[in-house]
Design a protein around this ligand. Structure first.
Ligand code: DAT
Ligand code: MG
Length: 151
């Protein structure tokens, strides 16, 4: 499967609840490789660009307030099929509908506190990675485990 990169965010509730480690562990254990990562506070301008597709929806104002409310951990994860794999590891948008074993089901209850973001396709992944990271903040590195994770 093609090697992809995707943007994943541990949202403010994940950071505030001390779940950064457990959430990142899910992706790491799955075999996805961290090629960029930082703690940052998303400002309203960046939030508006990130969630532009949701502008005008009833939950938009609350979504912007929430995502800008306290620090987040943003990362770029790499692997074969990384975009879809990360989304499946996160689970459905609404934690109540997410499958047990996914991050949103195991750590969350409500849609507006669903802990993680993950890009939903190749084009959004490219745009979102560019929104949050400069080229020199991303590192392509050979991982000792690569040959035990990739065929
Ligand atoms: P996802 O984060 O699974 O890609 P999305 O892109 O449809 O979901 O929406 C972005 C975020 O907006 C989502 O993580 C939580 C919030 N959201 C979506 N639909 C919502 C709704 N009906 N009510 C409240 N918040 C919602
Ligand atoms: Mg989305």
């Amino acid at each position: 499967m093609a090697l992809e990169r995707t943007l994943v965010i541990v949202k403010p509730d994940g950071v505030q609840r001390g779940l950064v480690g457990p959430i990142i562990s899910r992706f790491e254990a799955r075999g996805l490789k961290i090629v960029g990562m930082k703690l940052m506070q998303i400002d309203r301008d960046l939030a508006a660009r990130h969630y532009a597709v949701h502008e005008g929806k009833p939950f938009y104002a609350g979504l912007i307030d929430y995502i800008t409310s306290s620090p987040v951990v943003v990362m770029v994860l790499e692997g074969p099929g990384a975009i879809d794999i990360a989304r499946r590891t996160m689970g459905a948008t609404r934690p109540a509908e997410a499958q047990p074993g996914t991050i949103r089901a195991d750590f969350g209850l409500e849609v507006g506190r669903n802990l993680v973001h993950g890009s939903d396709g190749p084009e959004t992944a490219r745009c979102e990675i560019d929104l949050y990271f400069t080229e020199d903040e991303l590192i392509s590195w050979p991982r000792a485990d690569d040959r035990w994770v990739y065929e």
